[in-house]
Design a binder for this molecule. Structure first.
Ligand code: NZQ
Ligand code: ZN
Length: 381
């Protein structure tokens, strides 16, 4: 095992913490507040941020979409350049925070911002950013990843750069009170798949990473099973913290990862606008069945330690059934229904995009070529 690890995001967790951002932002900083379609105006979060920033020079940019687009974000990049912004404060879910990361990096680059997503430009510096999280799911508030869509070409691409890691993140579970049920479920599913993508690879014997991943999976399972308690403060706090820990880099250190469910899922979102988490539930069970021989040992371990299953020859198969049943218990489908052009055209469309993006050898074994991807999609669609 060999790795280098740091997660330097200062986290302010708990009720009433939004006002504390003033302790973390220099009084002389010019702040750009980024937000989405207006949920923060309706639930009082905007007011709390405005109050906290009342002694600051600050401006705002709104309208960042779910699955943020480069077309919208480039307007914020231009604003940063003309206004010489010192700090970006992202107030929202994964989309706003990811969008802020793109804006922060693109504002320090003279070329086309999309270059960052296609790997032509690797950001080394960015405007510092902080986050006020309003939707626990992605872990974006304390990781260095960002996923951006180009609406014109229906491309959804990711980049990661240490310079866009948020300096701080406010995680006040009270902001979840206005989340629609569907978004709470999305949060559980997205976080669940994040842990899986760092855990269901080859058995490594990494006791800390495996043990913590299993704790996170059991927590998410409990949150799903106690969904009727979702108006309870502790339930909210547990989901917010679990989703954060699921993708803050810790369980990935020194072990293999396999982000192929995400890579294929992103294409479903780019083509049909499927919610991110739901795209993962559609792909993952079929992908695991397709790749079961590579992942058997870890699936068996998960079956025992997460679902409490007893040993049998088909333990790995039963574990996948349990994962699928977990999604169904949350009313999340494991079949794509959004396509209108018929199954085979839909499968072709995804394969064409995966090939176009060069995703032709996915998984920790590079064993998901377009052939396996097609087998997976034939089941999922
Ligand atoms: O835009 P507003 O009006 O704020 O509404 C949002 C949006 O419509 C709403 N919402 C957020 N907080 C709310 C609220 N509504 C009521 N009350 C609140 N407190 O929820 C809707 C969805 O928000 P969004 O930010 O899109 O959801 P999520 O946090 O699930 O983020 C999804 C995005 O993150 C990317 C996904 O691909 C997708 O683009 N991901 C980012 C990752 C990362 N940075 O590490 C990893 C993930 O795997 C994922 O790919
Ligand atoms: Zn995700």
């Amino acid at each position: 095992m060999k790795f280098s690890y740091a997660n330097t995001t200062q986290i302010l967790f708990g009720q009433g913490q939004i006002g504390a951002i003033t302790k973390l932002i220099e009084r002389t900083s010019k702040v750009l507040v980024l937000y989405g379609g207006g949920s923060i105006k309706r639930n009082g979060v905007y007011l709390q941020v405005a109050e906290a920033l009342s002694d600051y020079h600050w401006l705002e940019f709104s309208g960042i979409e779910a699955n943020p687009t480069v077309e919208t974000l480039d307007k914020a990049v231009a604003l940063c350049k003309t206004e010489k912004v010192d700090l970006i404060l992202a107030v929202g879910g994964g989309s706003v925070i990811d969008g802020a990361k793109y804006v922060a990096a693109a504002a320090h680059y003279d070329g086309e911002g999309w270059d960052i997503l296609i790997g032509k430009h690797k950001p080394q510096s960015a405007i510092p950013l902080g986050a006020v999280l309003t939707l626990p799911a992605t872990g974006s508030e304390s990781n260095a990843n960002s996923v951006i869509t180009k609406a014109a070409t229906h491309q959804k691409m990711a980049f990661a750069a240490p310079c866009v890691l948020p300096r701080f993140a406010v995680m006040d579970p009270d902001v979840m009170k206005t989340l629609p049920e569907k978004q709470l479920v999305n949060g559980i599913v997205d976080a669940w798949v994040h842990v899986c993508e760092q855990y269901i690879t080859k058995a490594s014997g990494a006791l800390v990473q495996d043990g913590y991943a299993e704790t996170l999976l059991r927590s998410l399972k409990t949150l799903g099973e106690t969904f009727e308690d979702r108006d309870n403060d502790l339930w909210r706090a547990n989901l917010m913290w679990t989703a954060n820990q699921a993708l803050n880099g810790l369980i990935a250190v020194g072990v293999e990862q396999d982000w192929s469910t995400h890579m294929i899922g992103h294409e479903l979102t780019a083509i049909w606008g499927v919610d991110h988490a739901r795209s993962l539930a559609i792909v993952q069970p079929w992908l695991l069945r397709n790749q079961i021989e590579f992942k058997r040992a870890k699936l068996e371990q998960m079956g025992r330690n997460v679902f409490g299953l007893t040993d049998s020859e088909d333990l790995a198969e039963r574990t996948i059934d349990k994962i699928e049943a977990f999604y169904h218990s949350l009313n999340v489908s494991t079949q794509l229904t959004e396509h209108q052009d018929g199954k085979s055209a839909a499968v072709d469309a995804v394969i064409e995009r995966l090939e176009h993006h060069g995703f032709t050898a996915l998984s920790e074994n590079q064993s998901i070529t377009p052939v396996e991807a097609r087998q997976i999609l034939e089941k999922a669609i």
